[in-house]
Design a protein around this ligand. Structure first.
Ligand SMILES: Cc1cc2nc3c(=O)[nH]c(=O)nc-3n(C[C@H](O)[C@H](O)[C@H](O)COP(=O)(O)OP(=O)(O)OC[C@H]3O[C@@H](n4cnc5c(N)ncnc54)[C@H](O)[C@@H]3O)c2cc1C
Length: 386
């Protein structure tokens, strides 16, 4: 599979290392991941765990973090990595995003030196899998009302609550749990084999089937003070992690859109309707032009965001714009591609419908489309409409 490079970013904007990361991940996804995928899609809620050591070997976990066994890539190379993973499947990109941006990043940014040394090399090597527990059954978009509580009793924290929609919950050895305390929200490292901790998978998903999604139950789970993330204070703790993951998603969505575009261009060239290829019809070409244009615009948006992130100048409203726009156009592209595939588009021999239903999740998680609209609306007007 070739990539889309309409504006010649390869020549002018990506350096050798960035292209090398992209091309090697693209090859790995095609050769190693794609042949495994269909079985997991048909199973609902399973991930090809046998690929985790290879993913670690290629530096996919915590790839843009420095030290502690992480690859230390720049943020554009990291974005291209996310793009290629999601070109395979959003479940694959989610696995790497949760491990890196939502679990390793908070330990790297808010953890003590002991926590970093204990967990990060093991997580980079894929020997320890993490999950990120923020959302609750009754609190998704707005977590300020959440009910999970941590109380300090003597030298121990005692955690009680329920988290829902947690990626990799039953696969994880370590859960980052966000809980209210008397001093506001705090983040805790909870080993999942502690008494009182239970994880159960959520079944029946139409979307993100090649990904494990779980509910976590914490009943009087005791952890030492050494398991609290010392530098995470208030909502800025989890929001800082979400910003990292949302950045990666803005690239990932481009990958899903590229996969649909590749598929539908090839298909419509071959599909004969009324004596000629479907690709030769005006309405088809209008859709293909929309797809190519939107993918190209999304690439430019994420590329500029990545360069700003490397300079430490990325603002969270910029991330909102890139996540909101790129997921939105990717979903529209997947829908239009599925449409052009006709009846063939509804079976899993073709990928556009799988990307389409996956992108419904991507539109919802990491700040819904509408929540990002309201963040940007507030930025423009100064008026909070949430
Ligand atoms: C497959 C999957 C994996 C996930 N993985 C994780 C994970 O690993 N960790 C984790 O913590 N969470 C995870 N999530 C949860 C995800 O982040 C939440 O689903 C998301 O934040 C939305 O919350 P909600 O589902 O409660 O929807 P709600 O907050 O109930 O929103 C429902 C609708 O209402 C709209 N809405 C909400 N508030 C307003 C408002 N004030 N004004 C206008 N419209 C509004 C929303 O935009 C949306 O359209 C995952 C979700 C899925 C589906």
């Amino acid at each position: 599979m070739s990539g889309i490079d309409f504006m010649r970013l390869d020549d002018t904007h990506f350096d050798e290392e960035e292209r090398m990361v992209r091309d090697s991940i693209r090859e790995w996804v095609s050769k190693e991941f794609m042949p495994e995928l269909q079985e997991h899609i048909r199973q609902d809620g399973s991930f090809p765990m046998q690929l985790v050591p290879q993913m670690a070997e290629m530096g996919m976990f915590g790839a843009n973090l420095k030290g502690y066994g992480c690859a230390g890539m720049n943020n554009v190379a990291y974005g291209l990595l996310m793009q290629e993973l999601e070109r395979g499947d959003s479940g694959l990109r989610s696995f790497a995003s949760v491990q890196g941006s939502l679990c390793m990043y908070p330990i790297h940014a808010y953890g003590s030196e002991e926590q970093k040394e204990k967990w990060l090399p093991e997580m980079a090597a894929g020997r320890v899998i993490g999950c990120f527990g923020l959302t609750e059954p009754d609190f998704g978009s707005f977590v300020t009302g959440q009910r999970t509580r941590a109380e300090l009793r003597g030298d121990k924290w005692v955690l009680n609550g329920t988290k829902r929609w947690i990626t990799n919950g039953t696969l994880a050895q370590i859960a980052i749990i966000w809980a209210n305390t008397d001093e506001g929200m705090r983040g805790f490292l909870v080993e999942t084999d502690r008494p009182g901790f239970e994880a159960r998978d959520i079944k029946g998903k139409f979307s993100l089937r090649a990904s494990v999604t779980s509910e976590l139950f914490l009943q009087d789970v005791e952890i030492p003070e050494a398991n609290r993330l010392p530098k995470a204070k208030g909502l800025s703790g989890p929001l800082g992690c979400l910003n990292q993951a949302r950045y990666g998603i803005s690239w990932g969505a481009i990958g899903a859109a590229m996969a649909c575009f590749d598929e539908v261009v090839e298909y419509t060239k071959e599909r004969i309707v009324q004596g000629g290829p479907l690709a030769g019809k005006q309405l088809t070409q209008q859709k293909l032009v929309y797809m190519l244009t939107e993918i190209t615009k999304a690439q430019l948006l994420s590329l500029q965001l990545g360069r700003l992130k490397d300079r430490g100048e990325m603002h969270h409203t910029m991330v909102s714009m890139a996540k909101r726009n790129n997921v939105d156009i990717a979903l529209e592209i997947a829908r239009q591609a599925r449409d052009l595939l006709g009846a063939n588009g509804i079976v899993d021999d073709y990928q556009s419908m799988r990307h389409m239903v996956n992108l419904e999740t991507v539109r919802t998680y990491e700040g819904t489309h509408d929540v990002h609209t309201l963040i940007l609306g507030e930025h423009i007007t100064g008026m909070r409409a949430i």
